[in-house]
Write a protein that binds this ligand. Structure first.
Ligand code: UD1
Length: 424
């Protein structure tokens, strides 16, 4: 890619990866019928989870962004290492398998480039619901008669942990209370789908979720919410390139902390239709431009929702690398999520990392360079840097990008960016 072209035009946001993954896992809870999921993004992580379900015996039909899934014939409750190692979110099948079949054999996710990311809270919660869990030969092996409702307090906020235990509790005997639960919009989307299937859930989106177990759930249809991280990434792309872009289907209510920070840095974010702060699952068209007067540095701390998302940390860092003054970015969710910094330094950014904090001193320009993507959001950050840099940037290991952005370079090229894929 060659930087310097202001992006212009319209881009439409796809369905959210982090909502679609648990929704697909939840189809394992319906013993009969066909679940229909619409607005499923065409991503590598989505094909990983559909391969996982097919391997168990699920029947899956895919037409563009619609998935029809029947899990009636599932008989093999296993998630093999070969798939889990490529995507940690595979752990999301553990809760539904334990709930419906009373057994599961799921590979432990291996080390991850962005930190240790253990799953101890998923396991402990299932044990509190009466499951017997062993870890043997790298696999989590679970057994239970029928899970029993329990009062579960998370000692830290975990998104997939909350989702897994919610899916385990919907078929358990009695009431489960999840305390200090994660509040992410994707959890709300999952609760809405589970209720359509017949589950009894209250309190999603707050710190306390209550689930009253039912005997069985039926297949249901659902439309996946728009991807707040993809929308946030395009907001930065518009701003960093000094462009004028309309983003269709941006879930503004799910992007509160991101919008607030981007506006403070110097972007103009203008909703083009009425929207409500309460509707975290809905998309709105928004117009993004840079305000006169340049970009200003400021401090950002990543936090669980409704705080600033760790999945937008790399992207906002790139914007701050070109802002006036100094910024401090604190990463409180994952240790070791600053791998993009070393590549950005090679493009001329002035960033210093000390533990979980990065100090960014704005520079007037970045210069294109060969760079290497290390993980999904880091790769998005590097593309944004390339859009603003002088000269040519060549990013290798593009496949990281395909885990979470559908046709990213095509969408950017349609907005006028000088970008093409030469190799994966
Ligand atoms: C999810 C998102 C990911 C996002 C992250 C934080 C999906 C599929 N992925 O990941 O994109 O970056 O939330 O918003 O939705 N932890 C433990 N023990 C556990 C579980 C988690 O110590 O049992 C720790 C993790 O190491 C991490 C923190 O809790 O430091 C938050 O992790 P968690 O919310 O679980 O992230 P994921 O659900 O894996």
């Amino acid at each position: 890619m060659r930087g310097g072209r202001p992006l212009a035009g319209e881009v439409t946001i796809d369905g959210a990866k982090n909502a679609a993954l648990p929704l697909i896992a939840a189809t394992l809870l319906a013993a009969k019928g066909v679940c229909r999921l619409e607005n499923v993004p065409a991503l590598r992580d989505i094909s990983t989870i559909t391969r996982l379900l097919s391997g168990m015996g699920a029947e899956i039909e895919q037409r563009e962004n619609v998935l029809e899934i029947s899990t009636a014939a599932v008989s093999d409750c296993q998630a093999p290492y070969e798939l889990v190692k490529t995507m940690r979110a595979s752990i999301l099948v553990l809760g539904p398998l334990m709930a419906r079949f009373g057994e599961a054999r799921v590979s432990l996710p291996g080390g991850c480039a962005i930190g240790a990311r253990p799953v101890n809270l998923h396991i402990r919660g299932l044990e509190q619901m009466g499951a017997e869990i062993k870890v043997e030969h790298g696999y989590i092996i679970g057994r239970a008669e029928r899970l029993k409702g329990a009062d579960i307090s998370f000692d830290l906020t975990t998104v997939t942990g909350t989702e897994n235990l919610m899916m385990a509790a919907v078929l358990a005997e009695g009431t489960t209370t999840l305390r200090n639960a994660a509040r992410e919009p994707e959890i709300v989307d999952l609760a809405v789908f589970l209720r359509k299937m017949g589950a009894r859930i209250e309190g999603e989106g707050s710190h306390t979720i209550t689930i009253e177990g039912v005997r069985k759930l039926s297949a249901a249809a659902h439309r996946v919410m728009p991807d707040r991280i993809e929308a946030g990434t395009f907001m930065v792309a518009a701003g960093i390139s000094r462009g004028d872009v309309v983003i269709r289907n941006a879930p503004l209510a799910a992007l509160g902390a991101v919008v607030a920070k981007l506006q403070e840095i110097g972007l103009n974010i203008e909703p083009l239709a009425p929207w409500s702060e309460d509707e975290v699952l809905s998309g709105t068209p928004v117009r993004i431009r840079r305000r006169a007067g340049g970009l200003r540095g400021l401090d950002v701390k990543t936090m669980p929702f409704p705080g600033f998302p760790t999945d937008m940390q790399a992207q906002v860092m790139v914007l701050l690398a070109l802002a006036e003054g100094s910024s401090v970015i604190s990463e409180t969710v994952f240790e070791n999520r600053f791998m993009h910094v070393f590549e950005l330094q090679r493009m001329g950014a002035d960033i210093e990392v000390e533990g979980r904090t990065a100090v960014v001193r704005g520079v007037p320009t970045l210069s294109g360079a060969p760079v290497m993507a290390s993980d999904l959001r880091a790769s998005a950050g590097l593309v944004l840097a390339g859009l603003a840099a002088e000269g040519e940037t060549v990013m290798s290991r593009v496949y990281h990008l395909d885990r979470g952005y559908a046709g990213f370079e095509k969408k950017l090229a349609a907005l006028g960016a000088d970008i093409e894929r030469v190799k994966n």
